[in-house]
Design a protein around this ligand. Structure first.
Ligand SMILES: *Cc1c(COP(=O)(O)O)cnc(C)c1O
Length: 374
């Protein structure tokens, strides 16, 4: 057997992530690798921090990218902020809320689960009731944009509510960052993590992360060490900051960070508000087309994510077969249903560079052709 170089096809990625990566970001990725402590690389990292602060809308000094995918950003928040015995309210309205609960338990915390239906947003009223009835709760964890269902929760109301109760927030912004409004400082959010491969349209494998001064205080006042060495953010901090005296922690994924720098630069050039608006406009276009084809949405219009369109698949359709046809004949990937929605829904992503008219048109045409077959 001869093994040759791997040459992937050009697909159009309209699933729940990874999303289409812009040619400019792919170019940045292929630039020469330099040392991760090279002064020029350190300069690039400093700019990257500024760009991340802009994307998160925060002045938080601790704003970095974890050298691993979104799940690692999630784990970094839970392992750093929870001490054994801490009570944590966890909102669960889809797959990722359940993962948060699992993280709480593994970090030795006590999870107080607040359930909402799949496809519904987190109920602010239920969270308020939970925080009022149990003053022992120290943290509130919720998913801003639930990628498993396409529901958007009110991070602003939840952030303020937590602040009033002196409770710290852990927020999953993996799918929301860059796609819908997210204002970390204004909304009083404390530990917020994201992913590179959703609305930032960068390659997978990095997790933007920001901690508020209140979150840093909680970490610094721990009486037990953080179990994970790699994710201990107090060690990572020495690597991402410290004027001219950076200490080695791990080798940064050098080229991936070039790519993230470029992706965030594209976002900054477009302007955050413009990017949010573009996602909304492309969603409207797709929605009209999908409804013409007879599809109905899983989520009510008020809470619908523009970047993740979950629609029910009519029962007589072999959904896996249609997805296979789209991939083989149109080089188009859409997402299957996850968890409760497996086999029942599709998740059509319009994320970052993928939120474009050409993609909407391709998706609608391909679906129409595939569905009209006998
Ligand atoms: C994709 C996703 C994650 C996990 O990110 P990975 O990069 O796949 O580890 C976490 N939360 C949400 C809401 C996501 O959409």
């Amino acid at each position: 057997m001869t093994i040759e170089s791997f040459l992937p096809p050009h697909r159009t990625l309209m699933g729940p992530g990874p999303s289409d990566v812009s040619p400019r970001v792919l170019q940045a990725l292929s630039r020469p690798t330099i040392g991760h402590l090279d002064p020029l690389f350190i300069q690039m990292m400093d700019e990257l921090k500024l760009l991340l602060k802009y994307a998160f809308q925060t002045e938080n000094e601790f704003t970095i990218a974890v050298s691993a995918p979104g799940s690692a950003g999630m784990e970094a928040c839970f392992t750093n902020l929870i001490e054994p015995g801490d009570k944590v309210a966890v909102c669960r309205n889809g797959v990722f809320g359940e993962r948060m609960r699992e993280n709480v338990v593994r970090a030795g915390g006590i999870a107080v689960v607040i359930d909402d239906a799949w496809g519904a947003p987190v109920s602010v009223e239920k969270v308020a009731a939970a925080l009022e009835s149990d003053p022992q709760i120290k943290l509130l964890a919720f998913v801003h944009a639930e990628t498993s269902t396409g529901a958007l929760s009110n991070a602003e109301a939840l952030g303020w509510l937590a602040k009033q109760h002196n409770v710290l927030t852990i927020v999953d912004a993996v799918t929301s960052l860059g796609g819908v409004a997210l204002k970390v400082d204004e909304w009083q959010l404390d530990a917020v993590y994201s992913g590179s491969q959703k609305c930032l349209s960068c390659v997978p494998g990095l997790s933007p992360l920001t901690f508020s001064p209140r979150a840093i205080e909680k970490i610094q006042s721990r009486s037990t060490p953080i179990q994970s060495w790699f994710l201990d953010q107090s060690l990572v901090l020495g690597y991402w900051s410290g004027e001219g005296k950076r200490s080695y922690h791990h080798t940064a994924p050098v080229n991936s960070l070039y790519a993230l720098h470029e992706a965030l630069l594209l976002l900054k050039t477009e302007g955050l508000e413009n990017a949010w608006q573009r996602h909304q406009q492309m969603h409207q276009l797709l929605k009209v087309g999908l409804e013409k084809l007879g599809f109905s949405f899983v989520v009510e219009p008020d809470y619908r994510l523009p970047q993740l369109n979950a629609v029910y698949v009519p029962e007589h359709i072999d959904e896996a077969q249609v997805r296979a046809t789209l991939l083989q004949e149109y080089n188009l990937e859409i997402g299957a249903g996850l968890g409760d929605l497996a086999g029942k829904a599709w998740r059509i992503g319009l994320m970052g560079y993928g939120a474009r008219k050409e993609n909407v048109a391709l998706c609608l045409q391909a679906l129409q052709n595939a569905l009209s077959r006998p």
